[in-house]
Design a protein around this ligand. Sequence first.
Ligand code: FMN
Length: 481
Amino acid sequence: MTDEPLLSLRTFIEDVERIGELRHVHGAHWDLEIGGIAELSYRRPKPQALLFDDIVDYPSGHRLLVGSTGTSRRFGRTLRLGDDLDDFGLVEALRGKPSKWAAAARDFPVEVVERAPFHENVLEGNDANLLAFPVPRWHGHDGGRFIGTGCLVVTSDPETGVHNGGCYRMQVQDDGRATTIAAVPGKHGAQNIERWFAREGRAPVTVSFGHDPLLLALGGTEVPGGISELEYAGAVLGQRVPVVLGEETGLPIPAGTEIVVEGWLTPEESRVEGPFGEWTGYYAGSPRPTPNLRVNRIYYRDNPILLGAPPGKPPHDYSYMRTVMKSAMIQDELVSMGVPGVKSAWAHETGGGRLFIAVAIEQRYAGHARQVGYLAAQCPAAAYMNRYVVVVDEDIDVTDLGEVVWAMSTRSDPATDIEIMNRTWGSKLDPMLEPDQTPYNSRAVIDACRPWHRLKSFPRVAESDPAYLREVQQRWGQFLD
Ligand SMILES: Cc1cc2nc3c(=O)[nH]c(=O)nc-3n(C[C@H](O)[C@H](O)[C@H](O)COP(=O)(O)O)c2cc1C
């Protein structure tokens, strides 16, 4: 495909098809069936990306992609790090990059263009209805149909003009004539909206549905404040991102997108949204009034493709992506704080990439393991919603939960090796939060390293020398398949 704009979802789909990781699914229903197929797929060891077409009630060609970032090959391609890396290799390749990309973002200002493929079609007035697209009801107890999972919501800081791209759940409201945007207070997007409300009594937004999942990854990850995710994307690509400026708001819309809406939020216009099956694996957090965007005009490409990224009990659509991003960022932050001996970090998918983190170190001094545990639990990449940090010795594979649990079970003494922190940064989405409780949580650092003072005398691990096992494998492998 030659004339596709930068960050086109179609180019991504073509690439994924070429590496053999795309499945075409025809005839599924938007009401739960797409969500169910996706859920079963996420549980497979190497889930494919699924492109749904001929969706019940919708014209052929109105499509939806899920599972975009679910393997190291697809996510490596998304981050432009190559499509031949394994899980660990991808994290290694990513290490050091987020801070470089953040520093370089300002060198890649967006490039304004006049026309984009999404101008091919427009729905206006009474025809402007989001349910013209096959928006799924993802899970059985969701409060409605959520068009925003893999979306990019662009807002701006009214003082500096710097724009922000964030990924927030968006529930279709008013029979398709509007959509809520559920940015949690404190997120940059929510802060921008609040500032505009305070200053002008309204807040501009544009929303892109259907783009290269690089924008899902950046919109859905904690990019530092004051940096535009579109410029950050430019730094990742090494090229300025082409955008069209919204006619009503003047905010940028990536030219490569499939479907676009824009408009102004007001403090008076809200709807109760949710519940929604979330990344913790629960329907937690009570339905709450949320800013509601009335949709007056929708632009879209011929045969448009929505990008879906539904959360749920992990593994879910973007848990792998979050694990990779967080693992690299946590290790980077520990290293940049000057902590020695950090060998690897892994933010496990079972904890949604946030709740359960394992860090391996080469112990250098008494107290080293606790230092790493406390810092990992509170570094910016992990501070939100972490619950457990387990620090292990370097012989433990942090990506393997079995090894981590073995270390916890044999190298820690619960009476002395579990440190608790209270009143740390939690979330309304926490299923353990009591109703009406302030969203603090607590967290535990589990020191599962051999005690420093017994390092030399600690019982030897009962396994053969790896070099000897390789020899045995060569000689006797025929009996072991
Ligand atoms: C698919 C997906 C859905 C998300 N849904 C929400 C959401 O509904 N509300 C929210 O505040 N954050 C949500 N997040 C997390 C935010 O995107 C993430 O914290 C991001 O860093 C917020 O960006 P901001 O701080 O620039 O606003 C979601 C992330 C992903 C990947």
